[in-house]
Design a protein around this ligand. Structure first.
Ligand SMILES: Cc1cc2nc3c(=O)[nH]c(=O)nc-3n(C[C@H](O)[C@H](O)[C@H](O)COP(=O)(O)OP(=O)(O)OC[C@H]3O[C@@H](n4cnc5c(N)ncnc54)[C@H](O)[C@@H]3O)c2cc1C
Length: 242
């Protein structure tokens, strides 16, 4: 049984369902978003993820976790954004083979610890594909007319590597470029630092950090440096997973 953030038990989230791929679009040269239609729609909280299972004709299967990028308001459809990893068993297949009209096995939504309830003040800190679950939170806050609740700080290598580039910018977001910044950027390129986060900390907020293990550790250290209590920081690491 899966416990949802609300504490209710949902046996249905354990069941696999066959989603249809409605659309595929590139976010960056190495990240692609898949819009899926779910035959059995289940509400998700921003921050939750789905398990995705690929099965070969000989029965071999591989399962990976992918965060929901879309807002919960889009009933019956979800978007997953997948970074293509070199020699990545599942991510390469999704990038190279999957096209609109295909079917994919998914199960979810899963995860309560990293879910945002949409009512509390939240600071979101993401690196690379770690922005995916945070984008669901930002989209939800904007959709519900509460963008004031969230601040999103994203680390990207260059403008070309920024996910959701058309949609993400706004008064509640900051993009930190680590290798190459757009012309006229006020900040020199460099890794996310405590000074980048300090203006976004209000005190008393829930903090969500997501990215590679290295990014998550560095961001957590920077947050502690500016006085954020470690117990208010929730971390999701996108490392090798099952
Ligand atoms: C809760 C959760 C949510 C996630 N959400 C997303 C998401 O929204 N978008 C997304 O792109 N990924 C996400 N991931 C990561 C995803 O589940 C897979 O780990 C990733 O797609 C790699 O799978 P693969 O089969 O392509 O690579 P694999 O064949 O498993 O691994 C290929 C190589 O890459 C290394 N590797 C595996 N995973 C990663 C990684 N994440 N980063 C760097 N190197 C890795 C392996 O050690 C190996 O050397 C999430 C992971 C978790 C645990």
């Amino acid at each position: 049984m899966t416990l949802t953030p609300g504490g209710a038990t949902h046996r249905r989230t354990l069941r696999w369902q066959t989603a249809r791929v409605l659309a595929v679009r590139d976010e960056t040269p190495t990240a692609r978003t898949f819009r899926l239609a779910l035959p059995e729609p289940r509400p998700h909280l921003p921050g939750q993820y789905y398990a995705l299972r690929l099965t070969a004709p000989d029965g071999y299967s591989a399962t990976r976790s992918y965060s929901v990028a879309s807002a919960p308001e889009e009933t019956g459809e979800i978007e997953l954004t997948v970074e293509r990893l070199a020699d990545g068993e599942v991510s390469e297949f999704l990038h190279e083979v999957v096209v609109p009209g295909d079917e994919l096995e998914v199960r979810g939504p899963i995860g309560g610890f990293f879910a945002w309830d949409g009512t509390s003040s939240a600071l979101l800190v993401g690196g690379g594909s770690g922005v995916v679950p945070l984008m669901a939170m930002l989209r939800h806050a904007r959709r519900t007319g509460r963008p004031d609740l969230v601040r999103l700080v994203v680390s990207a290598r260059s403008p070309a590597d920024l996910y959701y580039a058309d949609e993400l910018p706004g008064p509640e977001t900051l993009v930190v470029y680590t290798r190459q910044a757009p012309p006229g950027a006020g900040r020199a390129v460099g890794r996310l630092a405590a000074a980048d986060l300090a203006p976004f900390v209000r005190g008393g907020e829930d903090v969500f950090v997501c990215g590679s293990p290295g990014f998550a550790d560095a961001a957590t250290a920077a947050l502690e440096e500016v006085g954020v209590p470690v117990e208010s920081i929730r971390v999701e690491r996108f490392g090798p997973s099952g």
